[in-house]
Design a protein around this ligand. Structure first.
Ligand code: PEP
Length: 259
């Protein structure tokens, strides 16, 4: 399976921004501007309380609804947590896990990310697994080591058929929210490495070529086309620019191979 047979996924990460009351107006502006290709999916990963509003407003449009985190537990005494079954019940189709902000501010370990990935697969929700190195790690030449150990740990105990349903987002931490995007070559190098690692060290090429790998980190309306044109970059995870309907629509168009 080559790039044109994999899904192109343009996913917005709203982080802790926007209100449920603002969702309909946002989609009223975004949806008419979207030029989405046949093999392309548009996803908005919103805070938990915004999911019902997003689901209602996105009904009948190409926009799919995602969450930004999930509990590793099925149910029980875990105050403040939200389970995969609860997300599924609300019609959530995607969920980010292992975002660097959660790894950094909530001390999420690779083992926890692996448990969350399993919880999502069990509920039929597509995980968007984030991996990426810090600036110090890149400068020390540790990028590929860091990324491969995050990937290895996240896929522990996942069968090949399940792995094909996982989306990976390579997000160098130094590029997130900084305006400092990885060059297309840097992004392709790591995304290509992840695909090779999945094929050679964990699964096989058939499995690896089915996995959509996204780039995230200051992707915007100007740099999206070049990044999305790379061989192993199957889409983007977009923070800041996903809060601006016009910019997000330009990124979706850049991912549309039919355009
Ligand atoms: C993100 O938080 O996943 C992200 C990529 O943010 P930004 O696009 O703002 O760098």
């Amino acid at each position: 399976m080559d790039k044109k047979h994999r899904k192109t996924i343009i996913a917005g990460n709203w982080k802790m921004n926007q209100l449920a009351s603002g969702v309909p107006a946002f989609l009223d502006e975004l949806v008419p501007a979207l030029r989405c290709g046949a093999g392309e999916e548009v996803v908005l990963c919103v805070p938990f309380p915004l999911i019902p509003a997003m689901k209602a407003a996105a009904g009948g449009t190409v926009v799919r609804v995602g969450a930004q985190d999930v509990s590793a537990h099925d149910k029980g005494a875990y105050t403040g947590e939200v389970s995969a079954a609860m997300l599924q019940d609300l019609g959530t189709e995607y969920c980010i896990i292992g975002h660097s902000e959660r790894r950094a501010y909530h001390a999420e370990s690779d083992e926890l990310v692996n448990a969350k990935l399993k919880a999502l697969l069990g509920a039929g929700i597509t995980p968007i697994l984030c991996v990426g190195e810090s600036l110090e790690q890149r400068d020390a030449g540790e990028t590929l080591h860091v990324v491969s150990s995050q990937v290895k740990a996240a896929f522990e105990g996942i069968r090949p058929e399940q792995a094909k349903a996982v989306v990976i987002a390579y997000e160098p931490i130094w590029a997130i929210g900084t305006g400092r995007t990885a060059t297309a070559e840097q992004a392709q190098e790591v995304c290509g490495f992840i695909r090779e690692y999945l094929a050679e060290k964990i699964y096989d090429w058939e499995t690896s070529k089915a996995v959509s790998i996204l780039y995230g980190g200051s992707m915007n309306a100007k740099n999206a086309a070049e990044l999305l044109g790379q061989l192993d970059i199957d889409g983007g995870l977009i923070g800041g620019a996903s809060l601006k309907p016009a910019d997000f629509a330009v990124i979706v168009k850049a991912g549309n191979e039919d355009a």
